[in-house]
Write a protein that binds this ligand. Structure first.
Ligand SMILES: *[C@@H]1O[C@H](CO)[C@@H](O)[C@H](O)[C@H]1NC(C)=O
Ligand SMILES: *[C@@H]1O[C@H](CO)[C@@H](O)[C@H](O)[C@H]1NC(C)=O
Length: 207
């Protein structure tokens, strides 16, 4: 799973007739451990994340895997794309932000099946890598110590489930059932709005 996100808060103050917008980046600070990640079903598999970034690079930086592009490491690391991952960070608001008419959390792309939580409360679903998404957090956010968490479902698992559901409904699969062996890939990318090369093509790693 390639995961990337550029996210920021847009705080809209409606008190002036033109409105004043303040933008706060929630991306990683350079050489800082702002974001962390863990495998949703195995929290001891964890490290510090980069946003924008991707899970392979973060696992490599955390010394959990080696260079995923070297030799046939892409095949050895196929488990990465079959694992669900959570990314999270804490953030505070500027002192006057709670008076704003809107406090929008914006993502310039979430790759791909993602559920977003603020302080453990679900606020946003995203299933399309290619579009931005945004949610108003007004009333659901505190002045300090907010936890933003994004849970990513494995795109490989999700695509398989979608294909199974299609077959149950229509009695046949959408071909191909599986990519050619030489691709070392994963099936059913057509069920996701995600870069199709993520499921392997002539290169890896998968997803
Ligand atoms: C990382 O950022 C936080 C919050 O801005 C700051 O308190 C901390 O000192 C920084 N750590 C490093 C290693 O730069
Ligand atoms: C969880 O991850 C750790 C660290 O990689 C590993 O040693 C352990 O076997 C994993 N546990 C399970 C149940 O997969």
């Amino acid at each position: 799973m390639w995961f990337w996100v550029f996210c920021f808060l847009a705080i809209l103050n409606a008190q002036s007739c033109f409105g004043i917008e303040q933008k706060i980046s929630l991306n990683s600070e350079k050489n800082n451990q702002t974001w962390s990640f863990y495998a949703t079903k195995n929290t001891s598999l964890k490290g510090y994340g980069n946003v924008p970034g991707d899970i392979y690079t973060d696992l490599w930086r955390s010394n959990i895997i080696n260079d995923p592009l070297k030799d046939s490491n892409d095949v050895a690391y196929a488990w990465v794309g079959k694992t669900d991952w959570s990314y999270s960070r804490m953030f505070d608001l500027p002192s006057d932000a709670l008076q704003a008419s809107q406090i929008r959390l914006n993502f310039a792309g979430l790759d791909t099946i993602a559920a977003v939580y603020i302080n453990n409360i679900f606020v946003l679903n995203s299933k399309n890598q290619f579009i931005d998404c945004s949610v108003d957090l007004k009333g659901r956010i505190k002045p300090a110590g907010n936890i933003l968490r994004i849970d990513f479902t494995s795109p490989v698992t999700y695509a398989q489930k979608q294909s199974d559901a299609y077959k149950a409904r229509y009695g046949h699969i959408v071909p191909p059932d599986f990519p050619m062996n030489i691709q070392n890939g994963e099936p059913h990318p057509q069920f996701l709005r995600k870069s199709q090369a993520s499921f392997s093509w002539d290169w890896g790693p998968v997803s």
